[in-house]
Design a protein around this ligand. Structure first.
Ligand code: FA5
Length: 343
């Protein structure tokens, strides 16, 4: 009995090693592992043995059967899946991948980029960690000037520039420093917009975030004037808020423009009649703008006697709030899927 068992074991292991196809599998399964297969026949014949022998061979036979079944299952999986042990059912339906979509601020940014590209503007970007010089001084806001108080700033430990000189770094408070970088890099004439992230040390509330988006517009050339600025801002307003939108410009001080103004559009919700969104005024304050100050042109390496320029800065995050009727700016950075899935 013992010999018969050992011979059968050797024979089956040899056959398992030679399995090459599903047909081989079936043949071996039928011959050895089926209900009437040779292994079961041996197991069956145990009952004819004496009690003592049955005990001894019973243990051995069960152990051999288990070993052979495991070897066969492994060979079977390997043939069926061509992949050690893992079962692949190609008839199962695929897993449906959830697709994301653009963030609402990116949607507005792309709309604005499309508009300005169609008007011949380039789209450029600049660093978010900026030197104090580009963020303030070059924009006609010298150190210790009270105008620095208009933007509460995150100052960052100073670093050294390429010439090993100390640099004071700030998280840029607006996209305006890229005006200087663009003028230095491309010279005049120049037409560009600069969308990007800005940072201010704000006590945050429904309208103020520490991290928000702006987009800057800049046009430098001969005879650029206030009429050019007004018509550009009118085009943007009509594109974003609808064709009946009107613009009004009221004086406002920004050190880097002269004259400076605040651009306001008729409220898209009440068409200028007065409502909650425009605080009953009929107008929405959206954009700071003006003609570029001669000192700023000079800092950008451009001769103010020959060239003039216009510049404007929109709060992109505020545009998204108005367009989508979002009443709290902090939702945009919250990562809250219930909020984001609405767009
Ligand atoms: C500026 O930042 C100027 N650089 C804009 C400018 C550019 C003026 C070129 C003239 C010429 P101001 O601080 O007003 O200006 O910000 C512009 C817009 O950014 C605001 O109207 C507002 O929409 C948005 N903004 C400012 N601070 C925040 C904030 N904490 N959270 C969200 N949006 C903000």
């Amino acid at each position: 009995m013992k010999n018969r068992l050992q011979t059968l074991k050797n024979e089956i292991l040899e056959k398992i090693n030679e399995i090459k196809s599903e047909a081989d599998l079936k043949e071996i399964e039928l011959k050895y592992f089926s209900r009437k297969g040779e292994i079961n026949q041996i197991m069956h014949s145990l009952k004819d043995l004496d009690l003592e022998l049955r005990k001894e061979f019973g243990v051995l036979a069960n152990q051999t059967k288990k070993e052979l079944e495991e070897a066969f299952t492994k060979a079977k999986n390997s043939i069926l899946n061509n992949n050690d042990g893992e079962i692949l059912d190609v008839t199962l339906p695929g897993v449906n991948m959830k697709r994301g979509h653009l963030h609402p601020i990116t949607i507005i940014q792309k709309e604005v980029e499309d508009l300005f590209s169609s008007l011949g503007f380039s789209i450029i970007s600049g660093p978010e960690l900026e030197s104090d010089y580009f963020n303030f001084t070059a924009l006609n806001i010298p150190p210790f000037h009270p105008a620095r108080d208009m933007q509460d700033t995150f100052y960052v430990t100073s670093a050294k520039d390429d010439n090993q000189e100390e640099l004071d770094l700030v998280m840029r408070t607006h996209t305006s420093p890229v005006q200087i970088r663009a003028m230095r890099k491309f010279g005049a004439p120049l037409k560009a917009i600069i969308p990007g992230r800005c940072f201010r040390n704000e006590a945050t509330d429904a309208r103020h975030e520490h991290t928000f988006y702006q987009f800057e517009g800049l046009m430098v050339g001969e005879d650029i004037n206030f009429a050019n600025l007004k018509s550009l801002l009118e085009i943007v307003g009509k594109k974003i808020f609808g064709p009946n939108t009107k613009l009004r410009m009221r004086p406002k001080f920004y050190p880097f423009v002269e004259p400076g103004n605040n651009g306001e559009y008729t409220c898209f919700l009440c068409s200028g009649k007065g409502c909650k969104v425009c605080k009953q005024t009929g107008w929405l304050e959206i954009v700071g703008a003006g003609l570029i100050h001669p000192n700023v042109l000079r800092a950008g390496g451009i001769d103010p006697e020959k060239y003039s320029g216009l510049a404007f800065g929109f709060g992109l995050t505020r545009l998204a709030m108005l367009k989508y009727g979002v009443n709290d700016v902090r939702l945009f950075n919250s990562g809250d899927l219930k909020f984001l899935q609405q767009f």
